[in-house]
Design a binder for this molecule. Structure first.
Ligand code: 0PR
Length: 381
């Protein structure tokens, strides 16, 4: 068990033990991981990550060039969302970026958070950690924030921050930021957009939905390179409109040569920054657009297959997330896992969630629908 050996053991033995555990772990290339937003990172990004992982990006005096790379990477992420000269930072993932975004809002005096149940759990976690006030906003039958309800709530409650999603976790729905921004303006509400997954697909398909920074009251966005950016875990992105909004994330660090550090963490690996920068440069706009188009094609294929097999799809599946409702969610999940198809839960409704990531193939999707049919047939016996 977890007992520190008195004398260290041979490193071959250490590796042997870890290899045998690793062989039992499902991986993206050999197994049916069809339900989470992770994928096999690009080999270039893996290589660059290992090149840079030893450097502490938060030692900004020693590694000011890493901060430059970080700012370039964040600016490129911002450009995808329609921002010119955005600033920000690379985080460990969407949860840290969402937490930091709500912290920024609080520091600027916004303590009310307008939020729908469709938002990712990390935002509710952030509200709890930061002791903010959540004001629940309804969602429509497509799992998008209901603009009328938002208007009613913001007229009643006044200034705050609205959380919108570009690709919700449960159904892949896309909030209509243009319309929400108009309403928000009237009530002095600013907006944070969680584009952790959808930010790498929606803007490449539909600029009107994707260029969220065109709306002046959008102050920040989350965009995760370790999802569809093809960068290894951990890599999230916090994109912020300007330096003034970002400034509360500079923290005093008295012993550091620069006297400050950036963000919620202390030491943070430059690996995530360099790998994100490398992938943005390597893929470019066209590379991510091609990826988005092929993911959408597969998503449409799945939606049609699901429907023609007598099942339903919830939401609008604009991002490559498909939620198939079933009241026997846990049983269906268990059944599919036993067949080596690692689907997840929709969360927002009872149902099975499939996420179409770059490693997912047509055969996986056919197998999901086939096994779901088999599950229903065995249950009916
Ligand atoms: N925002 C959205 C819209 C998300 O879907 C997620 C995570 C986050 C923020 C938080 O991101 P981090 O997990 O990077 O902090 N969604 C992933 C998902 O639904 C989480 C995940 C990741 C689940 C890996 C399982 C897994 O193996 O798939």
């Amino acid at each position: 068990m977890g007992k520190l050996p008195r004398q260290g053991i041979d490193w071959h033995e250490v590796l042997h033990r870890l290899m045998s555990i690793m062989r039992r772990l499902p991986n993206h290339l050999e197994h049916g991981i069809v339900g989470s937003m992770t994928t096999f990172p690009h080999p270039l990004a893996q290589f660059v990550y290992s090149m840079y992982q030893l450097f502490n990006a938060n030692d900004v005096a020693l590694y000011s060039e890493v901060r430059n790379l970080e700012l370039e990477a964040v600016e490129m992420l911002g450009e995808i969302l329609g921002c010119e000269n955005c600033v920000g930072m690379i985080t460990t993932g969407g949860s840290e970026a969402n937490l930091a975004a709500l912290y920024l809002a609080r520091e600027h005096g916004y303590t009310k958070v307008y939020i729908a149940r469709t938002a990712h759990d990390s935002l509710f976690k952030a509200i709890r950690l930061l002791k903010l006030e959540a004001i629940e906003v309804k969602y429509d039958s497509y799992f998008r924030i209901d603009p009328d309800d938002f208007e009613k709530k913001c007229v009643e409650n006044g200034a705050g921050i609205l959380v919108a999603s570009l690709g919700t976790t449960g159904t892949g729905s896309v909030d209509r930021v243009a319309e929400l921004s108009n309403i928000a303006k009237k009530c002095s509400v600013v907006i944070h957009v969680d584009a952790a997954l959808g930010g790498f697909v929606i803007p490449f398909i539909d600029a009107k939905l994707g260029e969220v920074f065109k709306f002046q009251n959008v102050v920040s966005a989350t965009m995760d390179p370790h999802k569809l950016g093809l960068v290894p875990i951990p890599a999230g992105g916090l994109v912020v409109r300007d330096e003034q909004w970002f400034s509360p994330l500079y923290f005093e660090s008295r012993y550091m040569p620069a006297r400050y550090q950036i963000g919620i963490l202390g030491t943070r690996s430059a690996g995530s920054i360099a790998a994100t920068w490398a992938m943005l440069m390597y893929m470019g706009w066209d590379g991510y657009r091609r990826q988005a188009l092929s993911l959408f094609e597969l998503t449409r294929f799945l939606v049609e297959k699901v429907k023609s097999s007598g099942f339903d799809v919830v939401g609008e599946a604009l991002a490559p997330v498909v939620c198939i409702p079933t009241e026997r969610e846990s049983k269906a999940l268990e059944y599919l896992w036993s067949k080596g198809l690692y689907v997840y839960r929709c969360g927002i409704v009872q149902g099975i969630r499939v996420v179409i990531m770059p490693h997912v193939r047509r055969e996986h999707l056919e197998a999901v629908v086939r096994e779901l049919r088999n599950f229903v047939n065995t249950e009916a016996l």
